[in-house]
Design a binder for this molecule. Structure first.
Ligand SMILES: *Cc1c(COP(=O)(O)O)cnc(C)c1O
Length: 502
């Protein structure tokens, strides 16, 4: 199995290279040249396996330059019961709301309580093996600019992984107190965390600049290091996300909720379009999915795109209570467009260039037609988000976070609009305790909130009786290890000095 760039089909690499490199030299994203089809026998094996077994089967279909032992080693190290609180890292919680059945796929039982753990717990292992195959003997330096969740998940994934170092930058006033404390107390000998005076864009621009400054790369090379990336366009982050959709389907069959072969719908709270794309890729492998329901918050650029075929990021940016979906450029959409245009690299490049220069592009009628047929786009604002959290908790005693609530609300809209009652899987992307303030406001409107984030966690626990995930509960007493703050234009010097090569 080989991979090529979405912007140049002639740029062909192995999976190890795709993972080690992160992004193609032409700026395109790596995609599999074709999608392996799951056979009847594969499905039998998947139905009879646990999560790890399912992951191994799916990984081996895509990572043909990895041995079975290498894949097994990655999977066994990543999805331990210790890290994910049980043998199934992605369990389904089944409930109902106003007569609609909800199958909530809880993807937040990992060490940082957000779904990014599902990929970032395994990426470091895939990456170190990929580096060994492609750039043997070098150490990977991971630079991350984060607005919160990704930074912590990447730190947890890479901590103390041999031959890697990770440096995370976050905007000094741009993350929640909980997220800041999560990062500043990070353990591990190979990790560094630094705040920058500036916003997320400044952090992101700074990281990109360091990546593309030849003198910095040369300096790393002289010291047997190279830059690599852990962001969501890396194939090594997308692939692990395919697994949980297949696994959820198997669990539905095994529990008798559906029969093997029945189609399901999926509902995904979407930001960068990685999570929902993974479900589409699962479908290309033969998983029977009828509809992809794409849920957005007030930053509804994807809702408009699905309805009109016009992607237009020239619009107001909203800061919402589902911050991981506050995105106007959904990078992974590029991979869907490439596929839907019949692997047309020229068209994909044209659209992405138009997005860069004009902030806007319009796809062809053919692509519009497929999107209309397979996707449904919907959105809701913060007040509908909180009303949904409250309704679901009051009616069913199920507590969800703000991102998941957006998905539940959009699913309700979908059922109302279409009458389609196909069994649906709703991706739940964060623990409610990760966004305690908004969730607490939702379940106890009018209550005076405690000042401190940890007191909010305790109060939410008192009101709902839902267990606080151990990684968040234990955070309060952890010593702060990092308190560096730097100017955005000093990031390069910070990196070189952190690596000891200034
Ligand atoms: C990252 C994130 C999302 C968005 O996922 P994408 O793959 O970027 O679409 C949704 N919810 C939470 C909690 C996240 O951390």
């Amino acid at each position: 199995m080989l991979y090529n760039s979405t912007q140049n089909v002639g740029e062909v690499v192995s999976s190890a290279q795709a993972i080690a490199q992160g992004i193609s030299k032409d700026g395109g994203l790596f995609v599999p040249q074709e999608f392996p089809k799951l056979s009847e026998a594969d499905f039998q094996a998947l139905l009879n396996s646990d999560y790890k077994g399912r992951a191994k089967l799916i990984f081996s279909a895509f990572l043909t330059d990895f041995s079975a032992e290498e894949i097994s080693d990655c999977v066994e190290k990543a999805y331990t019961a210790e890290k994910f609180g049980g043998d199934n890292p992605a369990p389904l919680a089944c409930t109902t709301l106003d007569g609609n059945e909800l199958n909530i796929l809880e993807l937040w039982h990992g060490p940082t309580c957000a779904f990014k753990d599902m990929a970032l717990q395994i990426l470091p292992h895939l990456l170190t093996k990929s580096l060994k195959k492609t750039y043997d003997g070098k150490d990977a330096v991971i630079l991350v600019a984060t607005s919160g969740d990704t930074g912590k998940a990447a730190l947890e994934g890479f901590k103390d992984v041999d031959h890697t170092k990770i440096i995370v930058f976050y905007p000094v006033n741009g993350v929640s107190p909980m997220q800041k404390h999560q990062m500043n107390t990070q353990e591990g000998e190979n990790v560094k965390v630094c705040a920058i005076r500036g916003n997320f864009d400044d952090a992101q621009t700074g990281v990109k600049k360091i990546f593309t400054t030849p003198e910095v790369s040369e300096k790393l090379a002289e010291n047997n290091m190279l830059f690599s990336s852990a962001n969501s366009i890396n194939w090594g982050r997308l692939l692990p996300q395919i697994v949980y959709y297949v696994s959820a389907y198997c669990d539905l069959v095994n529990s008798g909720k559906i029969s093997f072969g029945d189609k399901i719908n999926v509902v995904v709270p979407t930001g960068n379009f990685g999570n929902i794309l993974a479900s589409y890729y699962a479908c290309l492998m033969g998983l029977p999915i009828a509809k992809f329901i794409c849920a957005s918050n007030s930053n509804n650029v994807l809702t408009d795109f699905i309805n009109t075929g016009i992607y237009d990021k020239n619009r107001q940016f909203y800061t919402t209570m589902s911050p991981s979906m506050d995105i106007l450029v959904s990078s992974n959409l590029e991979r869907l467009l490439y596929k839907l245009s019949g692997n047309n690299d020229k068209l994909t490049r044209e659209w992405m260039n138009a997005l860069k220069t004009e902030g806007k592009y319009e796809v062809t009628d053919e692509v519009k037609a497929v999107i209309k047929e397979k996707f449904f786009g919907g959105y809701c604002d913060d007040s509908a988000t909180q009303a949904t959290i409250k309704k679901l908790f009051d009616q069913e005693g199920y507590l969800c976070d703000t991102h998941t609530a957006v998905a539940v609300k959009v699913y309700e809209q979908y059922v109302e609009e279409t009458g389609d009652k196909t069994v649906s899987v709703i991706a739940s992307t964060a623990s409610p305790y990760k966004f305690s303030k908004s969730v607490l406001e939702a379940v106890a409107p009018g209550e005076t909130l405690p000042e401190n984030e940890f007191d909010m966690v305790d109060r939410l626990n008192e009101l709902t009786n839902k267990p606080v995930p151990a990684p968040l509960a234990g955070l309060k007493n952890k010593p702060v290890r990092f308190s560096d703050v730097t100017e955005a234009n000093e990031m390069q010097n910070y990196v070189l000095s952190a690596l000891g090569i200034d």
